[in-house]
Design a protein around this ligand. Structure first.
Ligand SMILES: NC(=O)c1ccc[n+]([C@@H]2O[C@H](COP(=O)([O-])OP(=O)(O)OC[C@H]3O[C@@H](n4cnc5c(N)ncnc54)[C@H](OP(=O)(O)O)[C@@H]3O)[C@@H](O)[C@H]2O)c1
Length: 252
């Protein structure tokens, strides 16, 4: 397993790539470059990376909802690097209600992404930290739900099962120039993107703790045969406090 050391030069080159400039500093055989380059490089088409920070037994919170911090300091910095390289970070209403995240970049140098909150029924509190003016926020609502005057809103039709279609959301974000998307959770939101087949990369960041019960990081519809399981080309990296499983899905 290769260790990841994100040098100042490599990080500067990745931020330049995010801005559409190519600078010396990134080498293909450098673990840090190979992890972050796919999200940083603008290719003129959508790129979706979903990330989950979980315990060894696949939990993201205790039964009482205590979720912070599961990731160690290096896993947390990794998440902030992903935010800095993405155009937009997407979370579900459950995550906002449970954790009240700010969704900004604070652990590394770099810009904060546009915050996109899927809140079909307008249940997140008006004082949620992700609604603060420090960064742009887009609310995603179900069609027919009142759009607040306070924030930019995308209204999407609900499918028969009540879901808002992730493909329609990606199209709407693309119309706003937001093509590189970090799906930060929680489990239901990641599930909808995975089941829609629109995830290019899944980062599972595992902290060496066992919670034993509580909310799962990933949860998909039941299957009966392992041959139906999702498979990805997976590389494993030692981040320091956490272990990263970098899973690539073939979408071409
Ligand atoms: N460790 C991590 O990486 C991480 C990251 C984020 C969150 N979390 C944890 O995850 C838990 C919350 O996860 P969760 O699965 O309960 O909630 P969630 O995924 O954050 O939010 C789910 C809700 O968002 C809305 N939603 C999301 N996608 C939708 C879609 N395509 N169509 C329609 N509605 C959609 C729905 O809201 P309505 O119910 O209002 O319809 C849905 O119930 C918390 O315990 C939190 O601590 C962990």
């Amino acid at each position: 397993m290769r260790s990841v050391d994100v040098s100042g030069d490599v990080w500067a080159a990745l931020l330049a790539l995010r801005e559409g400039r190519e600078e010396d500093g990134g080498a293909a055989d450098d673990p840090a470059w190979s992890i972050y380059e796919p999200l940083a490089r603008r290719r003129g088409k959508p790129f979706v990376l979903a990330q989950v920070g979980q315990s060894l037994d696949g939990r993201v919170a205790t039964v009482d909802g205590d979720a912070a911090p599961i990731s160690g300091p290096d896993g947390f910095a990794h998440l902030h690097r992903l935010r800095a390289l993405a155009d937009a970070v997407v979370v579900g209403a459950g995550c906002v209600v449970a954790d009240d995240p700010r969704l900004t970049v604070r652990e590394v140098a770099g810009p904060s992404p546009v915050r996109v909150v899927i809140d079909p029924s307008a249940r997140i509190p008006p004082d949620a930290r992700c609604l603060s003016p420090e960064s742009r926020t887009i609310l995603v609502r179900g069609e027919g739900c009142a759009a607040p005057a306070s924030h930019e809103t995308i209204c999407l039709p609900r499918a028969g099962d009540g879901r808002l279609c992730p493909v329609a959301l990606l199209d709407a974000l693309g119309d706003r120039g937001l093509h590189h998307i970090l799906v930060e959770g929680g489990a239901a939101t990641i599930r909808h993107f995975l089941e829609a087949g629109v995830v290019d990369r899944l980062h599972v960041c595992v902290a060496p703790i066992i919670i034993g019960s509580g909310a799962p990081g990933l949860s998909l519809a039941p299957i009966s045969r392992l041959s139906e399981a999702l498979r990805a080309q997976t590389r494993v990296f030692d981040l320091g406090s956490d272990t990263l499983f970098d899973c690539a899905f073939d979408r071409d």
